[in-house]
Design a protein around this ligand. Structure first.
Ligand SMILES: C[S@@+](CC[C@H](N)C(=O)[O-])C[C@H]1O[C@@H](n2cnc3c(N)ncnc32)[C@H](O)[C@@H]1O
Length: 381
């Protein structure tokens, strides 16, 4: 990426980036929301917006590595505003092609007056010390220890690290024919559901409606239900925008849904999950998720599958998908589910783009530059 020459040679863009990174760190705000608000508050050209987005997302993803790179030159932990300046400065030095003198001078100028001396001194030392010799892979890859240990223990050192490395870059944006932005992995989940025209399909965890609208576009009548009212509102906007008349929206808890037994030809459980397959899309997620969340979500996923199974007509299909690849939320949930429920016949998914595992399929993000995703199907007898 080159440097921006608009808005005072990029100083205003760095000011905005510092403000965003500080908010994400200090108030645990969501990176995407902070950026949307920043672009409402300040009037930036698209070029500056791209630069700010790259710096804010990058500095958030790489914060463990960046903090290690600058902390060597500090005598005590810096307060939030100084921390933010150092992170965005070091991010530009380590991970972009912005010339070091431009990265340092714009970041120094964008910092508050009292921080400028330290920012200048520390960033110069970081620039002089490139390339960095990292003390270990966890710091270089910039993930919490538990997450690295989990991924490496399940996928091995090489593939695990490849996956984590891949999720340190910005993901590609893919658009469907109808203009809806949806990752290929989600499109491939729908491609692997054998949808017949006019059949009745329930999407039990449907918001914001990506898969529900894709299934309706293939001719199904879709009931799109979700627990969360605010997410359902976004779904109505998407349904309206895409003019998908065949989607009926319902707000209900999927664990105790308001539908009669054996109603649907197919039920999709695109369950809430740890999202470890989409960490490249959600820059702050790796610092937000806890190890215990994985197990708690697995319990919820099992409950959702049990209630969903009851809603499928005999001879119909139950489909489970999650944008994660942890064993706890895939193979282990499936094992407990199939052990505790009668009348399920696994349906083999034959799609060479996906890897097979324990009767289902999964994608690692680096396989096809998609999100990480897992999928299972059963016929309900
Ligand atoms: C992975 S997202 C679904 C994405 C959606 N299927 C799509 O393709 O756009 C999981 C959804 O599950 C919803 N959810 C969480 N707990 C739920 C529950 N108990 N019952 C129903 N939906 C729930 C969340 O609000 C969230 O919208």
């Amino acid at each position: 990426m080159g440097d921006s020459s608009s808005s005072q040679d990029g100083v205003e863009a760095r000011k905005a980036a510092i403000d965003c990174v500080r908010r994400i760190d200090e108030y645990e705000s969501y990176a995407n929301i902070v950026l949307v608000n920043a672009f409402k508050k300040w009037n930036f050209e698209q070029r500056d917006k791209n630069l700010i987005t790259e710096i804010v997302y990058g500095a958030t993803r790489m914060q463990r590595a960046l903090d290690w790179a600058v902390d060597r030159y500090l005598i005590k932990p810096p307060p939030a505003a100084l921390r933010a300046s150092l992170r965005i400065g070091a991010y530009q030095l380590l991970y972009t092609r912005i010339p070091p003198h431009a990265a340092v001078s714009t970041t120094v100028e964008a910092s508050s007056k009292k921080n400028r001396g330290v920012v200048n001194a520390v960033l110069r030392r970081v620039a002089e010390g490139l390339p960095i010799e990292w003390p270990n892979e966890s710091i270089r890859l910039s993930y919490p220890d538990w997450l690295i240990e989990l991924v490496e223990s399940e996928y091995g050192m090489r593939e695990g690290q490849e996956m984590l490395e891949y999720m340190n870059s910005s993901p590609p944006v893919t658009e469907r024919d109808d203009g809806y932005i949806q990752d290929l992995s989600s499109q491939w989940v729908v491609e692997n559901i054998d949808i017949q025209p006019k059949e009745l399909i329930l999407d039990l965890c449907a918001a914001p409606g990506g898969k529900a609208t894709a299934m309706a576009a293939k001719g199904a009548c879709v009931v799109a239900s979700d627990l969360h009212h605010s997410r359902s509102r976004r779904m109505s906007q998407n349904i309206k925008r895409l003019r998908t008349d065949e989607v009926l929206q319902v707000t209900t808890d999927g664990v105790q849904p308001c539908f009669a037994k054996s109603t649907f030809d197919k039920v999709l459980v695109d369950a809430p999950c740890s999202g470890l397959g989409v960490l490249h899309r959600r820059a702050d997620a790796r610092w937000r998720i806890k190890r215990s969340d994985v197990d708690n979500l697995a319990i919820l996923q099992l409950k959702l599958l049990r209630s969903a199974k009851e809603l499928v007509k005999p001879g119909g299909e139950l489909i489970y998908s999650v944008c994660t690849i942890t064993e706890a939320e895939t193979s282990n949930v499936i094992k407990s589910f199939t052990k505790s429920v009668d009348g399920l016949k696994p349906v083999v998914i034959n799609d060479s783009r996906w890897r097979k595992k324990n009767g289902g399929v999964f994608l690692l993000p680096q396989d096809h530059e998609t999100d990480g995703m897992s999928m299972f199907k059963w016929e309900v007898k």
